[in-house]
Design a protein around this ligand. Sequence first.
Ligand SMILES: [Zn+2]
Length: 220
Amino acid sequence: MSYHPQDQLLQAYAQGTLDDVSAFTVATHIEGCPKCQRAVALLEAQCGDALCTAEVESHDTMQAMFDQIVSLEQNDEPIRPQRQPSYIEVNGKSFRLPLSLSRFRDRVGEWKSYGGKVFSASIDISHDSRVSLMYIAENVSIPQHTHKGLESTLVLHGGFSDEDGHYEAGDFLLKDASVKHSPMTKQGEDCLCLTVLTEPMIFTQGVARVFNLFGKGMYP
Ligand SMILES: [Zn+2]
């Protein structure tokens, strides 16, 4: 694993200021990344220290504070049992999902196949961005494309390459509209990814052929 969320992303994650979908993607990366686990633990400790040393002015009397605490709504939700990993099947293969994703197993839609080489299934967890599982079979090149918004990709199984490097399970990538890339898998290498798109893809190459396969401004 060599690609991690940027420091600012981890910082925002630790502070709880990240939007839900980004936080979910970062959490999924962290689940399998001891390095970022340590980094976040440190950042959280720093946030805690900052809170403790911050001066708080309080004019509440003990009684007022007590009244406020006892009037809080009771949480009668049962304690959540340990989440079990779940699996997903695509292209005749079964993949174990990370725990963070297993929670949303029932929100994963049907797989759509693009020429039997690329498969995508949307995960219904956000109104603002398109969250999908994407599977790329072995020996496939996806035409070069760019994005209007942000694309974050987390490799769950296998690996792929593009112009900038090679990515393997756990690697986290964030690309903005300035990046054009054409992901590809090698012979004997397939890839399952979690992708989050804020805007549809715009293809920049092989237009006619690609439109037949993918349609204009496709979401993976
Ligand atoms: Zn990491």
